[in-house]
Design a protein around this ligand. Structure first.
Ligand SMILES: Cc1cc2nc3c(=O)[nH]c(=O)nc-3n(C[C@H](O)[C@H](O)[C@H](O)COP(=O)(O)OP(=O)(O)OC[C@H]3O[C@@H](n4cnc5c(N)ncnc54)[C@H](O)[C@@H]3O)c2cc1C
Length: 497
């Protein structure tokens, strides 16, 4: 039986396992528990043309406009065509989405969509509901390896034949398979303010960089405009865009509506536009709030956010205001993949946020990410099932597995994680300057993180991965001299001459 190893237990890894079914032997290896992922945190919902009044052309157009036409049109067509089919399939299998009084699917509106097309499950608990539903449907024959951190690929002649990982005791282990599916998510933890889960540290990207796999579009990072802003190191959770979709308005500390005159869609402008405006106010020392006085039944529509605000004593029920700030949210670029999820390395598929299918272009349209996972996750599984096993290239000798681990005692020397994150946040954030990006690259040159030592802790491995990925992001930023979508670069005086 074909052996498939999936790395990551978010929706991407889980949906591939779901569609692979029982025709292959599956192992899911994940860094924390199976519940640790960005997927479990997704609030707004899934964008899909499911209403008879909506049109696929409209969803395609909205996606392309948000992505500044940097998207792959073929991938966008594939997304809009296939995503709704998978949603219907999951509904058929028992997944419950929220419905109105007449029993029809209830559709929310989010930024830059020209139609209310966001389906949700359990209000703002969509990600948790959908991910758990899929995981609960998985076969009991699947082998789960939790608290296991993938370290590096074994590559022979451009083929991935094995994987090393750190087990819960931080001992290195090896695993072989016919096919590997990378679903390890994005890079949120590179920044000091992020919506992302603590396990999301760019590991899969770093592993693939070390194995010389092809990555693309790394300069396109999406910053979400509305993370909760409270003192005392309380995690800055996301205040979903669906809150603005339901009528909330961004206001300054003085009560001015800050999006007026900044974009025709005002509060529902694309995220990069809103993030820059909010950033501008905060950089001036002002505060920014979401005025929720126009949102009816806030507590019932947004139960997760309401419970959280109450638990940390934010008096939103009285003030009708939620203090916010922008933060790192989503990586549009990643490992370059085909519509089937194939990467430039044979036997390696990538899916979800770690992959770049070309769907999002320079800026992701709200709630298109979960849809992408469903559409492309099913496609990856079907492709694996169809692919005939290349027996000649079957499992390699595992004795030589740790190839990217430094055999020649090349120095390994890391910066302090906090300093790295501060530097990344200052130089690779919402507004970029070439001089600051160059300075960051120079600073990083003091350290050695490309080759890994034979023995390494999870903490150091994460830091090394963050260094490597941030270096590639910085280089991608320098290559794109003109602003586009979420990549916003200020022309400095010496560049204008
Ligand atoms: C707060 C929040 C709200 C969001 N809301 C929405 C929304 O409403 N709609 C929408 O479409 N999108 C939303 N998004 C984006 C969307 O949720 C993510 O892009 C998507 O869930 C990513 O899924 P994934 O499976 O690719 O990655 P993840 O869900 O992040 O899963 C990655 C998995 O890989 C594991 N992993 C990481 N590194 C390793 C390693 N080295 N070894 C082993 N395992 C590893 C992680 O622990 C995790 O289990 C939101 C994101 C956040 C953070």
């Amino acid at each position: 039986m074909k052996k498939v190893v999936i790395i990551g237990s978010g929706l991407a890894g889980s949906i591939v396992a779901y569609y692979l079914g029982q025709q292959v032997e599956i192992t899911i290896l994940t860094k924390g528990t199976r519940g640790d992922s960005n997927s479990m945190l997704a609030q707004g919902g899934i964008a899909a043309v499911l209403s008879p009044k909506d049109k696929k052309e409209s969803h395609i157009r909205d996606t392309l406009i948000a992505g500044e036409f940097h998207n792959s049109r073929i991938a966008v067509n594939f997304l809009v065509e296939n995503g709704p089919e998978v949603i219907k399939d999951l509904i058929h299998s028992g997944l419950i989405f929220d419905r109105d009084e007449s029993g029809n699917l209830s559709f929310g509106l989010e930024g830059a969509h020209s139609f209310s097309r966001i389906v949700h499950s359990g209000g703002d608990r969509t990600g948790k509901n959908v991910t758990e539903f899929v995981q609960n449907k998985l076969s009991s024959k699947i082998k789960w390896i939790e608290s296991a951190m993938a370290v590096s690929w074994k590559v022979n002649n451009n083929k991935v034949t094995g994987l090393s990982y750190l087990d819960s005791e931080e001992n290195i282990q090896m695993i072989d398979a016919d096919i590997f599916v990378l679903a390890s998510g994005g890079v949120g933890q590179l920044f000091n303010l992020t919506t992302n889960d603590k396990t999301v540290t760019g590991d899969g990207l770093a592993m693939t960089i070390r194995a010389e796999g092809k990555l693309t579009d790394l300069e396109f990072l999406q910053f979400h405009p509305t993370l909760l802003s409270v003192e005392n190191k309380i995690p800055p959770i996301l205040i979903s865009e669906a809150v603005r979709g339901a009528g909330a308005v961004l206001i300054s500390g003085r009560g001015d509506k800050i999006m007026i005159g900044r974009h025709p869609k005002e509060n529902l402008a694309p995220r990069d536009v809103v993030s820059r405006v909010v950033n501008e106010y905060i950089k001036k020392g002002d505060k920014v709030y979401l005025d929720i006085s126009m949102v009816k039944n806030f507590e019932t529509r947004f139960p997760f956010i309401s419970d959280y605000l109450l638990s940390i004593n934010v008096p939103f029920q009285v003030t009708k205001k939620i203090p916010i700030q922008p933060g790192m949210h989503f990586l549009m670029g990643g490992i370059k993949t085909t519509l089937k999820g194939e990467t430039s390395l044979k036997n390696l598929y990538a899916v979800g946020e770690v992959a770049c299918t070309g769907v999002h272009g320079a800026n992701r349209l709200a709630s298109n990410s979960l849809l992408e996972i469903l559409a492309f996750g099913r496609s990856v599984a079907h492709s694996i099932l169809k692919e005939s096993l290349d027996r000649k290239n079957k499992r390699e000798n595992l004795d030589t597995l740790i190839e990217q681990i430094n055999p020649k005692e090349i120095p390994f020397n890391l910066p302090e994680r906090e300093i790295l994150i501060q530097k990344v946040s200052n130089s690779l954030g919402i507004v970029r300057k070439r001089s600051e990006v160059c300075e960051f690259i120079q600073w990083l040159k003091r350290y050695q993180f490309e080759f890994l030592p034979e023995k390494i802790s999870k903490e150091n491995l994460e830091t090394a991965n963050l260094c490597l990925v941030s270096e590639k992001i910085a280089l991608a930023i320098l290559k794109r001299k003109i602003s586009l979508g979420a990549h916003y670069i200020i022309q400095e005086e010496n560049e204008l001459q």
